[in-house]
Design a protein around this ligand. Structure first.
Ligand SMILES: O=C(O)CCC(=O)C(=O)O
Ligand SMILES: [Fe+2]
Length: 301
């Protein structure tokens, strides 16, 4: 049983081995990031939000809820933004100039009908894969964002609707598509279905080719996803935050940064017109005070 305070965990640098694995594979499976009582409280909060969404008619026909911008729906979700055992990977892999542009709560009941053919393989972020003018097809696109998926239900067996990934595929700009996607096609070579226990998480580079899968089991799948990107990239979700709310007042300065707060638009670029980098950007300040800025890693400069 660890007695390390949450903050110390959050600011414990990841190892070179983990960084290398992430850079090579495009993802990391991290075990036991949620203590069981924490996981249960998160699940209870998810169940409440799920019921609210269903009552508001926002579930799909089979009872699936895919709620974008869920963080401000519970105190526990706001705290999850800087959850120590995971947050250390976020700044360790992406640096201090980050926030969440995209987050979703997913409840996927057992499929009510036989699986229809679909091709779900994609890299995240839509036009980010087309707009940047990197014309050399062999030059990998920039990562730009990464995402953590907290596993809340038991995904220890395949067939429970887990995310499928192709390890190492984040450096490939294309994935061959079957000629006919109206029929069932085999998964691409190298596919891995991420089986994991409740309380585990996986962290992935948004470029890694991945797909959802159908929940063919009798267990409802529950996941919480939080994406982190650079502060100079626009939000993807519509998550209006009431800054007069208790929820906002309860957020730490780092959490407020991670929710998109900034004193000035230029601040998103790390610019302080009186100097160059704004030393008061909360996460940068936190890392600096702890001696964790590192000139040899550009995103930690
Ligand atoms: O729900 C899933 O398994 C996949 C979700 C996904 O594509 C994503 O979070 O980017
Ligand atoms: Fe995705």
């Amino acid at each position: 049983m660890s007695i390390t305070p949450q903050d110390d965990v959050a600011y414990t640098p990841i190892s070179d081995v983990e960084r290398k694995e992430f850079l090579d594979q495009g993802f990391l499976l991290v075990r036991n990031v949620l203590a069981e009582d924490h996981r249960q409280r998160l699940e209870a909060a998810m169940d409440r939000v799920y019921a609210e969404e269903i009552a508001a008619g926002k579930g799909s026909k089979d009872g699936t809820v895919h709620l974008l911008g869920f963080l401000n729906r519970d105190e526990l979700f706001g705290e999850l933004l800087t959850h120590g055992p995971v947050f250390r990977y976020m700044w360790g892999l992406a640096g201090w100039n980050i926030y969440t542009h995209h987050n979703h709560l997913d409840v996927t009941p057992p499929a009510s009908e036989p699986e229809k053919p679909y091709w779900g393989w994609h890299q995240d972020s839509y036009r980010q894969n087309s707009d940047p003018e990197t014309m050399d097809p062999n030059l990998p696109r920039p990562m730009l964002s990464l995402k953590v998926g907290y596993v809340i239900s038991d995904l220890s067996e395949t067939g429970r609707g887990a995310t499928k990934v192709i390890p190492g595929s984040h450096l490939r700009n294309t994935l061959p598509r079957p000629a006919d996607t109206s029929v069932h096609n085999p998964d691409p070579e190298g596919t891995l279905e991420i089986t994991a226990n409740p309380g585990d998480c996986f962290i992935f580079d948004r470029r890694m080719w991945h797909s959802r899968s159908t929940n063919l089991s009798t267990i409802t799948r529950k996941m919480l996803f939080i994406g982190y990107t650079y502060r100079w990239i626009r939000p993807l979700d519509d998550m209006p935050i009431d800054k007069s709310s208790q929820w906002w007042a309860n957020r730490t300065p780092v959490q407020q940064q991670l929710l998109g707060d900034a004193p000035h638009t230029a601040n998103y670029y790390g610019v302080n017109w009186d100097g160059f980098i704004d030393e008061n950007i909360p996460l940068r300040k936190e890392l600096r005070e702890r001696g964790l800025l590192d000139r040899s890693v550009p995103w930690l400069r």
